[in-house]
Design a protein around this ligand. Sequence first.
Ligand code: ADP
Ligand code: MG
Length: 232
Amino acid sequence: MNIAEVLKEKIESNQTVLTEFESKELLQELGIQIPAQKLTISKEETISAAEEIGYPVVMKLIAEDIVHKSDTGAVKLNLKSKEEVETAYNELMNIPSQADRKISVQKMADEPITELIIGMTTDAQFGPALMFGIGGILVELLEDVSFRIAPITEYDANEMIHEIKGFPILDGYRGKPKADLDAIVKTLLKISDLVVEHEEINEMDLNPVFIYDKGLVCVDARIILKKKEENN
Ligand code: ADP
Ligand code: MG
């Protein structure tokens, strides 16, 4: 995959929102780990994708008009057999959608120490800004996040991680293992490099990223590009 070419193609065809599948492929290209994933369009294809990936799998309905997938029942977790995949397929196909629909079959990732959110937004004055936080209610309710303008250094990335109030959750809180902070630092730096190199990216949302004592896996992502006329 040539990232510059992919982004150019999307902008030319006025597709400014990359699907979860496309966004995660791009992250994989950067060296950020994602669960094995396959796009399918029929029940037969979905079953063989699941068997190839290996149970347990996750199935998600991918369509342009479905943004918050779990709110509409478009995420089926922990499917352990062909029968469960078939049932999930039928249920996903019952969700109303006007758009072209596909199914993303992906490996069910192991339970993390915690879920993280890594994001990027474009500030009118300062350009790309990176965001980091711990997922779930810590982000939604407490707005416990840190920001830095890109490009960031390794020092900045470490500060972003340490300055959130929820940091103890990453640091072995109540006997849990310590999170792989170095993996978070490296991911923040990769996102920083990407958005500095590609000004055509307007917004990124890696939500959630599963963090472990060794490594991390991004299980959901969305990349939004600037419109044709906003790029020069
Ligand atoms: P939404 O569009 O609602 O944000 P997500 O793709 O984030 O949908 O899925 C909802 C939740 O399901 C995630 O927050 C995560 O906890 C879980 N999840 C999604 N994909 C996987 C996966 N491949 N492995 C394990 N858990 C997953
Ligand atoms: Mg999500």
